[in-house]
Design a protein around this ligand. Structure first.
Ligand SMILES: NC(=O)CC(=O)O
Length: 413
């Protein structure tokens, strides 16, 4: 994979020009795109900017985010050829930091659950996950050093786990969703994919102008709470093994890692998340659902059909449950610095019939807390499986530092 940190170091040292760095990504993308299918469209004559911490960094943008230079088709024929006049806020933040937008990465229709044609770079017989399929696959295939995705259920952390890349779903609203097609205004969160935790941290720090998000020179040893989320059902063997491997690794690295049983309010919030998600989707996608019903992706259409009569009182109760759970979570973080849990049930499912299950992600998206995926295990010989590091709301720097602690511990084991 292409390390953003390594490109920055070489460009800053004068060993590599920003244009040569861009050319490296263009060459790698041309070499792998035919077999992976990570992009909807791309600029093969891309040039570097001359200034900014992300100069020379080619970035892929999930195709639900507005771009002036490329169409934004939402993974749906309803928006075929649609072109926004301007860029989404996060695209401008990348450009203002010197990045070069190489193209639009594949997304499931409206970032929901209908699979894309994109293949898992580790094993083409498996899904890369979704809904940010192309962004995870493009980084994992070594085409680009950075890509943007979004998460409403599990669409950043799960594909990152399936593709063996680092990723962050930051705290809710750390990154603006202005110019990003809405599915759920309470849940939608923009996230980043990169080769490793330091690469993710550098990308997020540069685009937000927040130097505090850079990893500290000395990574503190976190107090770790290991949560299995039993209310979400048992994981696959490979998912459980990834969590055990990571737990053993952090203990060997000197951290305290104790099993935490989550209070019942968290199971209630986990059950409430789909109510919030689908009630809001019926408002966010009302025009498409009414005016282009026949053209909507089948799994998404069926999900909307199933939830079309959810009464406002049920939504109001789900929001109240979420607020109670967020308060309980704040208290939980008085006992530990981070939670360590599953990123996905296990390795990527075989075939392209499903993008996998968000059951270990969706609670944390509703909580709005920062979540980071770190690759932890290789299943069936070639399929990565990650673990998820979670910190308190607003503690994105701590989440990244804790994820780096886990990443280092796994490398040393
Ligand atoms: N957008 C989403 O997060 C949906 C998913 O998890 O597949």
């Amino acid at each position: 994979m292409i390390s953003l940190a390594e490109l920055q170091r070489r460009i800053d040292a004068g060993d590599l020009s920003a244009d040569a760095a861009i050319a490296q990504s263009l060459e790698a993308t041309s070499a792998h795109e035919k077999s992976i299918g990570a992009f909807v469209c791309r600029d093969e004559s891309l040039r570097a900017q001359s200034a900014g911490p992300l100069r020379g960094i080619a970035v892929g943008i999930k195709d639900i985010m507005d771009t002036a230079e490329f169409p934004t088709e939402m993974g749906s024929p309803i928006y075929r050829g649609f072109r926004s006049r301007g860029d989404a806020a996060v695209v401008m933040m990348l450009k203002q930091a010197g990045a070069s937008i190489v193209g639009k990465t594949t997304t499931t229709a409206f970032a929901s659950i209908d699979p894309t044609p994109t293949l898992n770079p580790h094993n083409h017989g498996h899904t890369p996950g979704g809904s940010s399929s192309g962004s995870a696959a493009a980084v994992a295939a070594g085409m680009i050093p950075l890509a943007l995705g979004t998460q409403t259920g599990g669409s950043v952390i799960r594909p990152a786990s399936f593709c063996g890349v680092a990723a962050i779903k930051p705290s809710y609203r750390l990154l603006p969703t202005v110019g990003v097609k809405c599915y759920s205004w309470t849940l939608d969160t923009v996230g980043l994919f990169a080769a490793g935790v330091d690469d993710v941290a550098r990308g997020l720090s540069a685009m937000t102008g927040r130097p505090e998000l850079l990893l500290p020179p000395d990574i503190p040893t976190p107090r770790i709470g290991v949560v299995t989320q039993d209310f979400a059902g048992a994981p696959d063997a490979s998912g459980g093994e990834a969590l055990r491997i990571a737990t053993r690794a952090v203990e060997k690295a000197g951290a305290s890692a104790r099993a935490l049983d989550l209070p019942e309010i968290f199971a209630e919030a986990w059950r409430a998340q789909p109510i919030v998600q689908e009630f809001e989707a019926h408002r966010a996608l009302a025009w498409e659902y009414r005016e282009h019903y026949a053209q909507m992706a089948p799994l998404l259409r069926a999900k909307l059909d199933e939830s079309r009569n959810t009464p406002p009182v049920a939504y109001d109760e789900a929001i109240k449950t979420a607020n109670r759970a967020r308060q309980a979570l704040e208290e939980l973080f008085d006992e530990v610095d981070m939670l360590l849990t599953l990123s996905a049930p296990g390795a990527a499912p075989r075939g392209l019939g499903s993008t996998g299950d968000a059951r270990y992600n969706r609670l944390w998206t509703l909580m709005g807390v920062p979540c980071v995926n770190v690759p932890a295990h290789i299943a069936d010989g070639d399929l990565p499986v990650g673990v998820q590091i979670i910190a308190r709301y607003g503690a994105d720097a701590a989440a990244l530092a804790a994820a780096r602690f886990v990443e280092d511990a796994l490398r040393r084991q």
